[in-house]
Design a protein around this ligand. Sequence first.
Ligand code: ZN
Length: 293
Amino acid sequence: MKIGLRIDVDTFRGTKTGVPNLCKILAEHNLNASFFFSLGPDNMGRHLWRLLRPAFFMKMLRSKAANLYGWDILLKGTFFPGPLIGERLADVIASVSDNGHEIGLHAWDHYHWQVHIDRMDRQNIRYFLEKGYDQLTRITGKPPVCSAVPAWKCNNKVLLEKERFHFNYNSDCRGRSIFYPVVGGETLSQPQIPVTLPTYDEVIGHKGVSADNYNDYIISLLKPEELNVLTVHAEVEGISCARMFDQFLEKAHLKGISFVPLGTFLHGNIPVGNSSIEPGKISGREGWVSIQV
Ligand SMILES: [Zn+2]
């Protein structure tokens, strides 16, 4: 069984510390993965508590702190513009590419996209895609072959704008199988490889899932006959949960599971159908995400 391994890099710290850690772990296991980078200002840095301390985050959720204070206040707190990740950490990003991993665009400004995508018009969307695409091309010396929107917040405008770029595929939603997106009755040219498995912060602290049984829980969700795509975060599995992730790879390996960059699936015999995407809710995640329907 093959798992598509997708690594999302949202922040300056994730890029600086999490990415080299993950590269080291992957090299020890002789694996390649798909890395999706954020290139522009890191306005997420001050919200790291959300990523690094999901148990705390879930407690906040359960205690209705969000309802009490409003998400804006909990998620804000940027007192000065964040550092430009691609500018400051170009060497880290280039080395990931040099090590043979698949390089994809995640965001120019992750935080901005997450918060404002509903109000962004096509020109706006194009601006952000282009900024990230151009910088990633400059850094690695070649255009990124794939992309994945921040926080699975995609819509038809985004899908249409992505057609301007030469992505082999995009990974913009949660779903079950590889598909060509249909927008307004038309089938687009870039396939979607959806994420099929939950992220760490979505399940930890839920339904008896703890750090002790997390790896087994994820393995129990795998479907041998179907598409399996896992997202890990440089900020989480690359830093605070690095040991656990290392053990996960080991455990999976012993069970005969291998890990591949997502693009590998395009060369396999996986059937590709047509689907559309719609906003929906998934357990453990605040707000909407794009879901294959
Ligand atoms: Zn992200």
